[in-house]
Design a protein around this ligand. Structure first.
Ligand SMILES: [Fe+2]
Ligand SMILES: [Fe+2]
Length: 270
């Protein structure tokens, strides 16, 4: 979900980090995934060196990196707009937030809590949502969505809403030229996510497809090779085709985690 949004007077990096699922299908990350992670981390670091403002939507390691793969000194003297580290947060993220923000303060980053605020830089405006639940349970904590506005246009980013399940997120993103959304974790259906959650997510994605120019759905959804079925349902209902983040960038989707068993040679390639 690491995303750089650029306006004529500002470069904003939302969630400059990347991570791999420690276990999927009972398997640790394959060497191919480790190489992809290391490539992504290098690209994130070089972009991070060149932005004015950083946004951290929540404190999972795929969204913030406390100096493990991405050098923390790249944050020095930058404005860092963060999810409130003490309110509307679960215990594990509260611990990670305090460690991360201590490191950032140590190298002179200018940290500001962003929940529900609007912040103007030149002619660019950053608008932050109130805290939104990370999926279908408060146990995973809360995230911030963000909208970057310039000259009557905007790009919006939902962060890890796993759906979206909350209509508030749809209202927040409606009207954007590009909306980048975390889709439902269909790979968890029958365990931590239900068919009725998928139904709610689909209804919200259909509503969003109808009120933005380009709908990008990625992250939790593309941990499932069958994500295309959900895309097809959105297209049938709206006549509009969503894109993955890779497709937005002109690349072909490369679903390494969803194909982990094939990478280990445990299944035939599809
Ligand atoms: Fe997350
Ligand atoms: Fe995430």
């Amino acid at each position: 979900m690491a995303t750089v949004i650029e306006t004529p007077d500002l470069r904003v990096f939302v969630d400059p980090s990347a991570a791999l699922a420690p276990i999927r299908f009972g398997l640790p990350p394959h060497e191919v995934e480790l190489r992809a992670l290391s490539d992504s981390a290098s690209r994130i670091a070089s972009e991070l060196a060149d932005v004015d403002v950083v946004v951290v939507t929540h404190y999972h390691y795929d969204h913030h990196d406390p100096g493990r793969l991405i050098p923390a000194d790249l944050y020095s003297s930058k404005v860092v707009l963060v999810k409130d580290p003490t309110r509307s947060i679960n215990v594990s993220q509260r611990i990670r937030a305090s460690r991360f923000l201590r490191i950032l303060r140590g190298i002179g980053a200018r940290i500001e809590v962003a929940d529900g605020v609007e912040r103007v830089f030149g002619r660019t405006r950053l608008v932050f949502s109130k805290p939104v639940q990370h999926g279908n349970t408060p146990r995973l904590g809360y995230v911030l969505a963000v909208r970057v506005e310039y000259g009557g246009e905007s790009v919006s980013f939902s962060s890890d809403v796993e759906g979206p399940l909350d209509g508030y997120v749809v209202d927040f993103m409606c009207g954007s030229r590009i909306a980048i959304v975390d889709g439902p974790p269909t790979y968890l259906v029958g365990r931590a996510y239900s068919d009725s959650d998928v139904g709610v997510a689909l209804g919200n994605l259909v509503r969003l497809a109808n009120c933005v120019e380009t709908l990008v759905v990625d992250h939790h959804l593309v941990r499932d090779l069958n994500y295309v079925e959900l895309f097809e349902e959105i297209r049938r209902s709206t006549g509009r085709s969503p894109k993955t983040a890779a497709e937005l960038a002109g690349l072909r989707p490369n679903l390494l985690e969803a194909r982990r068993r094939e990478l280990y040679g445990l299944l035939e390639e599809e």
